[in-house]
Ligand binder design. Sequence first.
Ligand SMILES: *[C@@H]1O[C@H](CO)[C@@H](O)[C@H](O)[C@H]1NC(C)=O
Ligand SMILES: *[C@@H]1O[C@H](CO)[C@@H](O)[C@H](O)[C@H]1NC(C)=O
Ligand SMILES: *[C@@H]1O[C@H](CO)[C@@H](O)[C@H](O)[C@H]1NC(C)=O
Ligand SMILES: *[C@@H]1O[C@H](CO)[C@@H](O)[C@H](O)[C@H]1NC(C)=O
Ligand SMILES: [Cu+2]
Length: 188
Amino acid sequence: MKFSFTAITAALVASVFSSAHCKPTPQMPPHEALTAIVSLSGPNATVSGTVTFNQADSSSATQIFANLTGLTEGKHGLHIHQFGDLSNGCASLGPHYNPFNHTHGGPEGEQRHAGDFGNIIANADGTATLTLTIDTIHLSGPFSILGRGIVLHSGEDDLGLGNSPLSNTTGNSGERSACGVIGYASAA
Ligand SMILES: *[C@@H]1O[C@H](CO)[C@@H](O)[C@H](O)[C@H]1NC(C)=O
Ligand SMILES: *[C@@H]1O[C@H](CO)[C@@H](O)[C@H](O)[C@H]1NC(C)=O
Ligand SMILES: *[C@@H]1O[C@H](CO)[C@@H](O)[C@H](O)[C@H]1NC(C)=O
Ligand SMILES: *[C@@H]1O[C@H](CO)[C@@H](O)[C@H](O)[C@H]1NC(C)=O
Ligand SMILES: [Cu+2]
């Protein structure tokens, strides 16, 4: 009796340990609609605005809406960067957020970083909006973008198709004109 109790306990302990060691890849925790926002500012003091993110549930693509002012007319690269660290301004946001070690691309590129939004195009009056729906942007789970950075660049993103040695990492889109850290927003 005592022996079999011990044997059962040992078997249970073993099964708990082995399942703990063979955990499947974590699934996205299910969630209701989530909303996130980032306000962009400096070092180019003329640039300001917001980027908002809406994900209806954990299995939906995320809708992105950028609304900026104070830009020079034309195309500007816009990306999610790896860190949410503004201690050294936009520089400490680090490189592009790239959880799958891809090369840089446009929003529809075969190879692209998770937060490659391509270009936002400013009118002559400096205003610019961009609407995108992207299924690699998550607002929860291991690949959540909450707490990461957004950078607006001074120049055009070549979408990884240029000849510059920077094409495959940054799209050669120039200086960091404005940036911010993505945080939770109150649901609209
Ligand atoms: C964009 O932002 C400006 C303020 O800078 C605001 O007046 C305008 O309504 C916004 N546009 C949209 C579509 O939200
Ligand atoms: C990422 O990909 C590059 C090639 O594009 C490769 O040289 C590098 O070793 C990879 N890094 C990791 C951590 O897989
Ligand atoms: C900052 O904005 C001004 C006015 O739009 C522009 O002339 C200048 O080139 C910008 N600089 C950078 C680094 O984006
Ligand atoms: C970018 O990478 C692709 C393949 O990943 C390569 O064909 C291309 O030559 C690279 N571009 C540059 C400018 O290095
Ligand atoms: Cu960038």
